[in-house]
Every structure is written in C-alpha cells, then in structure tokens.
Design a protein around this ligand. Structure first.
Ligand SMILES: [Zn+2]
Length: 422
C-alpha cells in the first residue's frame, strides 16, 4: 500500500484520486482546535460532462489549474475536529471550450460536509441523545441536523402490509404542531414494538388510517387493548369485528391509584396534626399492603421505632374515608395481581359507602367497562411488554416536549427504535 493510500485508509476516504500532503497543521478556528489536512483531487476524466466527448488525447481535455481551498468537514481524528482543504482539479474541454471541476465521492457537489460525516449524523440520530449534542460533537450546525431529520421524516409514513394480531392503543401529548392535541401510538402486544404513530387520535383520522387495511386484514385482529377512552372502544368495535377489547391493566390501576392519592392529599392541610406523616409516607400508602415490611425502624415523625405496616395502619385509622378508600384500592390491585376477576367485580359492585368521591368515580368507570376489564384478566399480555410500552410512552412524552416539529420527533423515535433504517 502506498503512503497516500495508507493515509486515505486512516481517514476513511475511499476516493483514490485524492492525494494528501504529508504535513498536518493545527489551527484554531472560531475558538475550536482543528487538524488541517491538505490534499489535491485530480485524475484523467473519461469524458467531458458538458458535451459528452470521450477523452482520448490532449486534443480533447486538458488540465487547467485548480479550484483551491474547498473546506470539507470530515469526521474527527483522535477526537479532534478535522478539516480537509481540498484543491480540486479544473479541466478544460477543447471540444466545447468549457471548463469543469473534478468530482469526488467524498462529498456531493456544493456541499462542505463530507459524506462520511453525513453518514455519521444518521448513525448518531439512532441513539438517545439530543440533537444539540450531536451537532456539537460532529461540528455541524443544528440546522444541518434539522434538515437531515426533515429528509428522514419523509420515510416515516410506514406502510405495513399487515396489522398486529394483538395490539395496544394509547396516546401521548406530542409537539406543539401536532394535528390533534394528542398523538396516537399503536404497539404490537406480541413483541412490544411500536407498530406506528399517528399525529391525531381523533376518531375520524383513525378511522381513515385503519381503513387503509382491507376488511379481511382487519378481521384477523384478535385483540385490542386500550385505555378507558370511549372513542377507542367505539372505533375498535366498528372496525375490528373479531377483536376482543380489553382495558390494559396499567390504566385500570392508575385510576384507583389516583383516587387514593387524591384522598390522601385532601387530608394534607396544615392544621391536620398528621400533616407531615401523611405527606412524607405517601409511598407506603400506595404500596401493595402485602409488600410492607414488618421490620421496625426509627421514624423521626413518630419519634420511635415502627414498622411500615404499623405506620400505614396508624395513618389510615386517622380518617374513615381514607381507610375505606385504602382498603378498596388494596382489594382492587391485589385482585388484579392474583387475576381474580370475581373479587375485582365484587369490590366494584359492593364497595364501602365511605370511600371517597374520587374512588366512587373510578368504581363507576370500572362498572361501565366491566366487560372490557374482564377481558384484560383473560388476555394475559406479558407484563414486561405492558411496562415496556408504558415506559416508552412516558419517555416519549418527556422527549416530545422539547420538539418543535412533530415529524422530526417521530423520525427520531423511529430511528432510535430501529423501525426505519437509513
Ligand atoms: Zn466538452
């Protein structure tokens, strides 16, 4: 291997028509230190790109000086920003009397970022990090990254030919320019992967979306898990004749959880002698009672040694409504955990009259959807998948907030999840 090829190899440059000068300079540009590499691009062209005449001798095309100092950003060398100053050969065609410049696979015409760096941007976009960080590390502008995402987002309209046999529908608050207020996400219950994301959860939009699939394909769907949103139930029944609908367990639990928490917070007023205890031990109150510890430990609020169980018992006994609501909550979450639908149903139908209004609302919601809740006891979706989906949505909500453009946000998610590949 010649010295030049050796250097090209190190720099990851494939074009053998580039000749690198042996001295590498270091220069500070805009407060950043760069390694400056200088090179020439020259070769004997096969033909003239202007008139098409074949280059057979010096009577056809001649070399005609250089276009000097094209600055090209190339990937970092040993973690140092790098700039290739490339002098490109100019040619003159005697046939048409026009001149043209040598071209290289290293960089597209009229660009100053090497194709290697472009590729690097794509790869970086596939990992969880902010676009600002990527721009900074690769020494490109954030608007460059922005343009890249615009380019990629044209591929995010997914065209799956089939629907998942078991899917989960959910929504999350997306970016400010989202069509609907909420974006709609479909995950495949069998593998936990995102199937698709839509920029609206409105029935009219979803109807149109799902009707892209033939009735035959829709009829193959066996199971759809959703939250309590009535629009989804209606839509699922209308479009998916053979699908059983279930409310996913996460959304069942969250109702009772919020009811209990609100009931506790209502008691957290300053003049309540147990204010601090109710405020600081909230985690113990929402914890499954079977997981509370018996081990006594010193409590600064009680100024003595107490077990978690004793603390919870003390707190719920300070208020009748809290006690009834707590017991209702524990019954609900444990019947879910033990997959005991009859127990769940009997709690919903025969609840203690002392439970808080918030819990009564939750129980009414359960009662109205009992049929779909029963299905969620029947269809055992892997807990890990449910959790994965919910974590993903939580993560989406957090990330989405920082995004101005919905398309870019979605492009990022699809890249990170490996749904689209560059
Ligand atoms: Zn020509």
């Amino acid at each position: 291997m010649s010295m030049n090829n050796y250097i090209l190899n190190l720099l990851n440059i494939e074009d053998k028509n580039i000749f690198i000068l042996p001295n590498i300079e270091e220069r500070v540009i805009k407060n950043k230190k760069y390694k400056i590499i200088e090179g020439f691009l020259t070769y004997i062209p096969d033909y003239c790109p202007c008139c098409g005449c074949i280059n057979e001798s010096h009577n056809d095309i001649i070399k005609w000086g250089y276009r000097k100092n094209c600055k090209i950003k190339i990937p970092k060398i040993s973690n140092c920003f790098s700039l290739l100053i490339l002098h490109k050969q100019r040619f003159f065609c005697r046939n048409c009397n026009k001149s043209f410049i040598a071209e290289t696979s290293l960089i597209d015409r009229n660009k100053n970022i090497s194709n290697n760096t472009e590729l690097q941007i794509n790869l970086e976009l596939m990992t969880k990090q902010s676009e600002k960080d990527i721009a900074k590390r690769l020494d490109v502008s954030t608007s460059k990254i922005d343009r890249k995402l615009t380019e990629i987002s044209s591929h995010t309209v997914l065209r799956h030919s089939t629907l998942p046999k078991s899917m989960n529908w959910d929504e999350f608050k997306a970016t400010r320019d989202t069509k609907g207020k909420m974006a709609f996400i479909i995950t495949d219950n069998d593998n936990g992967n995102i199937f698709d994301i839509q920029d609206s959860r409105k029935s009219i939009d979803l109807d149109k979306y799902f009707r892209r699939y033939s009735k035959n394909e829709r009829d193959k769907v066996k199971h759809i898990s959703i939250d309590f949103y009535s629009g989804y139930i209606f839509l699922a029944k209308k479009l998916f004749k053979n699908a059983e609908i279930s409310i996913d367990r996460f959304h069942i639990v969250i109702q009772a959880y919020n009811a209990l928490n609100t009931t506790r917070v209502k008691l957290c007023y300053k003049s309540n002698p147990n204010y601090n205890k109710l405020k600081d031990y909230w985690k113990l109150i929402v914890k499954n009672e079977n997981e509370l510890s018996d081990k006594k430990r010193y409590s600064k609020h009680f100024k003595k040694e107490l077990s978690q169980k004793e603390i919870v018992q003390y707190l719920i006994n300070t208020n009748l409504e809290l006690k009834a609501t707590y017991e209702c909550y524990q019954g609900l979450i444990n019947s879910l955990k033990n997959k005991d639908f009859n127990k769940f149903k009997s709690i919903v139908l025969h609840s203690n009259t002392n439970v808080s209004n918030k819990m009564k609302q939750a129980l009414k919601l359960y009662n109205d959807n009992l049929k779909y809740i029963e299905n969620s006891f029947k269809y055992d979706i892997n807990n890990g998948i449910i959790e994965g989906t919910n974590n993903l949505i939580k993560c989406l909500k957090r990330i989405a907030f920082g995004y101005r453009k919905y398309d870019h946000f979605i492009a990022r998610i699809f890249l990170i999840k490996g749904i689209i590949k560059e």
